[in-house]
Design a protein around this ligand. Structure first.
Ligand SMILES: Nc1ncnc2c1ncn2[C@@H]1O[C@H](COP(=O)(O)OP(=O)(O)O)[C@@H](O)[C@H]1O
Ligand SMILES: [Mg+2]
Length: 265
């Protein structure tokens, strides 16, 4: 489904700030595979997601989705089939627009502008149907401005927006890290339900070690722009959080260091 072949990204090439952010990185994801990604600050996790989303051009290598090379495709084209959720709930939604306007934009992403904003009755029904299972009462607030929602409500809406058009690939970048633990649990729970319902091929970067081991079927550790460990199957099922941290230390020579490393819920 997704094939990453020997990709490299250098920031500020040739100057004193030169940074090799992705080093000859390769990875293959099967359709519907859900992979969690961990690594210290600056390991290149966000850069990897940016490379997939087309935020910048990679310097070397190729990215293929369903066998088609997309490495040179601009970000707005990829956005029609790649869903993305960031850590900051404010980034995924337009505050001054209503819930239904935001959802309509998301649903028609990649289509001509004139089709994007309108919300007919059947579309409204669809939005209500999708909002109801979130359990946040948003289905009764379609015409509320998104700026009035709490961070957790807004992030729940962002997850729905990122997935409503059935993307080929879903990229989650520490998307529960800015939420309080209870809200984070709610958002994670609805995320895993949506992923399972749509059998979405997913990358989920997380600082939460329990999430890293329990969500999906595979965990990747990144360090200095490379994948230093790739764990799945029975090996992963047996793994406890201390084992995971020890493996990271052995493979990288450093201890795992993130802003808000969460060892348990
Ligand atoms: N747009 C950019 N310009 C320059 N350097 C960048 C840019 N994006 C990321 N970097 C650098 O690349 C490295 C990896 O960053 P990032 O992918 O954000 O790490 P992570 O998400 O794992 O914490 C860091 O050293 C960071 O400073
Ligand atoms: Mg990051």
């Amino acid at each position: 489904m997704l094939e990453i072949r020997n990709i490299t990204k250098v920031f500020h090439r040739g100057d004193i700030n030169e940074k090799l952010a992705l080093q000859n990185l390769s990875l293959h994801l099967a359709p519907g595979e859900v992979v969690t990604v961990i690594g210290s600050n600056g390991a290149g996790k966000t850069t990897l997601l940016n490379a997939l989303a087309g935020v910048f051009q990679i310097d070397e290598g190729q990215i293929l989705i369903e066998g088609r090379e997309i490495s040179r495709q601009p970000e707005h084209v990829r956005a029609s089939y790649i869903g993305r959720v960031f850590q900051d709930p404010n980034l995924g939604t337009a505050a001054s627009m209503t819930i239904e306007e935001n959802l309509a934009m998301a649903l028609h992403r990649g289509q001509p502008l004139r089709l994007r904003r309108g919300t007919g009755r059947s579309q409204r029904e669809l939005f209500r149907e999708r909002l109801r299972p979130l359990g946040l009462g948003l289905e009764n607030r379609l015409t509320s401005r998104v700026g009035l929602l709490s961070g957790g409500q807004r992030q729940a809406l962002t997850v729905l927006m990122a997935t409503i058009a059935c993307p080929k690939l879903l990229l989650l970048d520490e998307h529960t890290a800015a939420l309080d633990p209870k809200t984070a649990g709610v958002v994670l729970d609805l995320t895993t339900r949506i992923i399972a319902g749509g059998q979405l091929t997913t990358f989920m970067v997380t600082h939460n070690m329990e999430q890293a081991l329990t969500v999906g079927t595979r965990t990747i550790m990144m360090h200095e722009g490379q994948i230093i460990l790739d764990i799945s199957g029975p090996e992963r099922e047996r793994l406890k959080i201390p084992d995971l941290l020890k493996m990271f230390e052995q493979a990288s020579g450093k201890s795992l260091n993130t802003d808000r490393l969460l060892l348990a819920r």
